[in-house]
Design a binder for this molecule. Structure first.
Ligand SMILES: Cc1cc2nc3c(=O)[nH]c(=O)nc-3n(C[C@H](O)[C@H](O)[C@H](O)COP(=O)(O)OP(=O)(O)OC[C@H]3O[C@@H](n4cnc5c(N)ncnc54)[C@H](O)[C@@H]3O)c2cc1C
Length: 292
């Protein structure tokens, strides 16, 4: 049976992924699924497994670079309302894997709950943030995570409580196929002071990173005790270009893609940066952005 049969309401073929990624570049997904509830999601996941198709999860697409030739198999995006619900009970905020991190932060701050505001300015969804343990110098999402609900490749739903959850720099133990939902246990604080603190942190971040620039991607992990941006700057690469891709002159760990930039320009620029930093400074940089 063709993969899409019976799934016409929520699966499209050859969907251009540049429409769904932060860098606004990249080729199509063979199948693009936006299930409306957990049952539809399970049907997609199990049929893909039966047909030997690879399934990838796409959140806000802020940490993904899609190659020009696109991707085979199924790309799933949890943008239906059922996957983006946010609610608060006491000092616990519960959010769907497709909820935007910024919306969850605003909900927490509005209820006078502190913790997640340290992530202000990080784009993307709860699912992407948990998979990568998104964070800043002031903290990461993992430290506030109390519980997570996931779906595995067999379509089974599993609950993980705090003792099973392990988070480290840009890593988490949440490596099942889909992060469906999570709960964050936060700390009560005066909402006005909290809101002021978040605004201050936002201003500081905005000044130091090309956040207003939609076509930017943060590229490398920070090597232990060092800043990837600083190393790239020391290697003399701020503003360096390959075709339509450029190292940001505001923060060297970001690449800016001009309109119509092919992904191969960004990939070549990433390779050039890696080689130059290794040659000049003897440090091996590891990519943070995922290349599909
Ligand atoms: C301007 C800019 C600033 C940034 N600043 C920071 C920063 O300060 N700190 C930081 O940590 N990161 C930062 N990032 C990187 C990125 O925004 C974060 O890693 C973010 O958490 C990724 O979320 P996303 O929803 O966009 O995930 P995506 O990029 O869509 O996906 C990232 C990974 O998560 C997986 N994934 C997504 N959703 C799910 C799900 N529901 N279930 C299972 N897996 C899923 C994907 O398969 C992929 O492996 C920045 C990026 C940009 C462009």
């Amino acid at each position: 049976m063709p993969f899409s049969t019976g799934f016409e309401a929520f699966v499209r073929s050859d969907e251009p992924l540049y429409l769904h990624t932060w860098l606004h570049i990249g080729g199509p997904a063979e199948f693009f699924a936006t299930p409306r509830d957990r049952d539809e999601l399970k049907s997609v996941v199990t049929r893909a497994a039966e047909q030997g198709l690879t399934v990838r999860l796409l959140g806000g697409g802020s940490n993904i670079l899609v190659r020009d030739e696109g991707v085979k198999g199924v790309v799933v995006r949890l943008d239906a309302p059922a996957f983006a619900e946010i609610s608060t009970i006491g000092d616990v905020v519960r959010a769907g894997g497709g909820a935007k991190l910024g919306h969850v932060m605003s909900e927490a701050v509005a209820h006078g709950l502190a913790g997640l505001e340290s992530l202000v300015g990080i784009p993307g969804t709860i699912g992407g943030a948990l998979r990568l343990n998104a964070g800043t110098r002031s903290g990461d999402i993992g430290q506030w995570t109390k519980r997570a609900t996931v779906m595995n490749r067999a379509g089974e739903i599993i609950e993980h409580e705090r003792p099973d959850l392990v988070f480290a720099y840009r890593q988490s133990s949440l490596d099942e196929l889909v992060i469906l939902e999570a709960e964050f246990e936060l700390e009560s604080e005066n909402p006005e002071e909290l809101s002021k603190r978040m605004q201050k942190q936002w201003i500081v971040r905005k000044a130091g990173q090309p956040l207003g620039h939609q076509c930017a991607g943060q590229v490398f992990r920070n090597p232990r005790g060092m800043s990837a941006g600083m190393l790239i700057d020391q290697a003399g690469l701020k503003g360096h270009r390959v075709g339509a891709a450029e190292v940001s002159d505001r923060h060297a760990n970001f690449i800016i893609a001009d309109p119509n930039c092919p992904s191969r320009d960004v990939i070549e620029l990433i390779e050039l940066i890696r080689e130059r930093v290794q040659d000049r400074l003897g440090v091996e940089l590891e990519t943070d952005i995922e290349i599909w």
